[in-house]
Design a protein around this ligand. Structure first.
Ligand SMILES: Nc1ncnc2c1ncn2[C@@H]1O[C@H](COP(=O)(O)OP(=O)(O)OP(=O)(O)O)[C@@H](O)[C@H]1O
Length: 305
């Protein structure tokens, strides 16, 4: 189990993380969300042992994860980290990068393992390509495969699909997260994308103002967002008096109701339109199947999630 015990950290005078305390079980998937600059990457780096904590302790099972003051070379056998820098070698092939730390005692086993990992990240056809000729997204996938080569117990992923196009992202996400579950590898995933969370994460940690703003299952946080930061992570939303947070897709146009809004703008979204309207002088967003006329008055009702 990963045990992050009341840690606090600052690079210089500003406190980046304060009294952060949570646990992650073996095989568990924890998503870390928060605004840009809220400290998600810093938290992953601390768990990797890259910096010394100002307060608190971090353990993986019985081992305390220590920073450079006690441990000159960051990192432990049981953990791997994929950062935004990728750390892959440009002048060797994709297969050589992935197999870099694998044992050479059985070349056929090594080859098999590399092939298995390239299949997980959908790069089988690039095995013999030098890494320098890869796109940013392909490099990111090599970095993920490399991090899995020696089967860590704990994997730290910092925005793992940030360079990967939407077309690839969907299947890659399914494959990688399923692979981690099958191998019982715990993972912490810093992300800005709710699609990385819903459907995959067991738990979700929200960081704001250096502290934990919320912790729970994605379903609970989605159904009852306590703050606008959490609601906004999941999509367009409104904060309505007497109701709290209401997602745009929860508002439906009906023949008659007390809630009357005036349409101001339509935004095409593919399967429907996001409608910007005014309700009692305040902006309101809802979704609708068709374009509505600007200036039209519509009645709305709130649907339960
Ligand atoms: N090496 C560093 N030295 C000093 N300050 C740093 C360093 N790295 C990050 N910071 C600062 O710490 C804060 C948190 O940064 P961090 O990268 O952890 O945020 P983040 O939540 O991962 O952001 P993003 O979502 O944009 O990646 C930011 O204000 C950043 O400027």
């Amino acid at each position: 189990m990963l045990s992050v015990e009341n840690i606090s950290f600052q690079y210089d005078k500003d406190v980046i993380l304060k009294s952060i305390d949570f646990k992650v079980l073996p095989g568990e998937h924890l998503s870390i969300i928060g605004e840009s600059g809220s400290g998600k990457s810093t938290l992953l780096q601390l768990i990797y042992g890259e910096f010394d904590l100002n307060e608190g302790q971090i353990f993986w099972k019985e081992t305390e994860i220590l920073g450079p003051e006690h441990n000159l070379v960051a990192g432990y056998e049981f953990t791997k980290s994929v950062t935004q820098e990728f750390n892959i070698m440009p002048f060797i092939t994709v297969a050589e990068n992935v197999g870099k730390y694998l044992s050479n005692t059985s070349p056929s086993l090594k080859k098999q393992r590399i092939a298995e990992l390239l299949e997980v990240v959908e790069l089988t056809g690039f095995s013999n390509t030098k890494a320098q000729y890869l796109s940013g997204g392909q490099k990111q996938r090599v970095a993920i495969a490399k991090s899995l080569a020696k089967e860590p117990e704990l994997l730290l992923l910092d925005e793992p699909f940030s360079h990967i196009d939407n077309f690839k992202k969907q299947s890659l996400r399914r494959k990688i997260f399923r692979y981690l579950k099958e191998k019982n590898i715990a993972c912490l995933v810093a992300t800005h994308n709710h699609e990385d969370v819903l459907g995959y994460a067991d738990k979700m940690l929200v960081i704001n103002n250096a502290q934990i703003e919320a912790y729970g299952t994605p379903k609970d946080l989605y159904n009852k967002p306590k703050t606008n930061l959490i609601a906004s992570f999941f999509g367009e939303f409104n904060e309505l008096p007497n109701y709290g947070f209401v997602y745009a897709h929860q508002l439906k146009v009906v023949v008659n109701s007390e809630m009357k809004a005036v349409v101001e703008q339509n935004y095409y979204k593919g399967n429907n339109y996001l409608i910007q309207a005014k309700l009692d002088g305040n902006p309101l967003f809802f979704e609708h199947g068709d374009v509505l006329e600007i200036g039209e008055s519509v009645c709305l009702k709130i649907e339960e999630l």
